[in-house]
Design a binder for this molecule. Structure first.
Ligand code: ADP
Ligand code: MG
Ligand code: MG
Length: 254
């Protein structure tokens, strides 16, 4: 079952073409890693999928579960089962993490045609999910993301993911500030939540994240395109040989 199909996607930022024809197909149960040098368009790709308003789609299509994703508002994308780790990076003083998670969860249930669950049932559910990220319940009473450390933010992202059970999770592990603990949190979360029923796109500059998560496919993005794709062994090759050979070998072909 094809979950996501991206065809010839092009996008601009401030009138400058950044994505120059991205093609990608993701099936149920697959983990895809998108790697590539800095500035190649990886984060732009994830933001376009999220529907970030600063990114203008100029061509191509994105079909998610048979639906044109590009037509949906960012919130609708989330409700329909696409999870982006940076969708909720905002700090909201006065809104507890628990309340926020309950609202997000019920909004997803509503989109699935299910009834909202009440606060008591939600407490039981969240307790289960806290186990996945080994998070302390006290964490839920704090304001959303306010004063969270980098590691706590990561844990919270994975908690959101565990709770929302997305069909497709897109995790952009940006180049900054992922220490080894954060890497492990992300990796454990992804590994525990991955199932034949869902799919993950892991965007990472770092091969070392792939020491903990074994992807089914590795794609190399450069200059706004996916230049080549392979299996998990491609990540190891990138680790030992860098990216230059990929550009030299494949840039002329696409
Ligand atoms: P990566 O995640 O692969 O490092 P990005 O998608 O962040 O790459 O960036 C790709 C290119 O797009 C870079 O040249 C970057 O400077 C440019 N870019 C990304 N976002 C913006 C923005 N908001 N405004 C201007 N240029 C941007
Ligand atoms: Mg970057
Ligand atoms: Mg990036």
């Amino acid at each position: 079952e094809i979950v996501l199909s991206v065809r010839n996607l092009t996008a601009n930022v401030d009138g400058t073409p950044i994505l120059k024809g991205v093609n990608l197909e993701v099936r149920s149960g697959e983990i895809h890693a998108i790697m590539g040098p800095n500035g190649s368009g990886k984060s732009t790709f994830s933001k376009v999928l999220a529907g970030h308003p600063a990114y203008e789609v100029t061509g191509g299509e994105v079909i998610f579960q048979g639906q044109n994703l590009l037509e949906l508002e960012p919130e609708e994308r989330a409700r329909s089962g696409v999870f982006l780790a940076f969708q909720y990076p905002l700090e909201i003083p006065g809104v507890s993490n628990l309340d926020f998670l309950r609202v997000a969860y019920n909004s997803r249930r509503k989109a699935q045609g299910l009834e909202e669950i009440d606060a008591f049932d939600f407490d039981d559910l969240i307790e289960e999910k806290l186990e996945v990220v080994k998070m302390n319940a006290a964490f839920l009473d704090r304001s959303l993301n306010e004063g969270f450390s980098g590691g706590e933010k990561k844990r919270n992202e994975i908690l959101q993911m565990a709770l929302l059970e997305p069909k497709l999770a897109i995790l952009d592990e940006t180049d900054s500030g992922l220490d080894i603990d954060a890497l492990r949190i992300v990796a454990n979360g992804v590994n525990q939540l991955a199932s034949p029923e869902n799919s993950t796109i892991l965007i990472t500059h770092y091969q070392r994240l792939l020491d903990y998560i074994v992807p089914d496919f590795v794609h190399v993005m450069a200059n706004g395109r996916i230049l080549t794709s392979g299996g998990k062994e491609l990540a190891l090759e990138l680790e030992s040989r860098g990216y230059d050979w990929v550009l030299a070998e494949f840039a002329a072909e696409v």
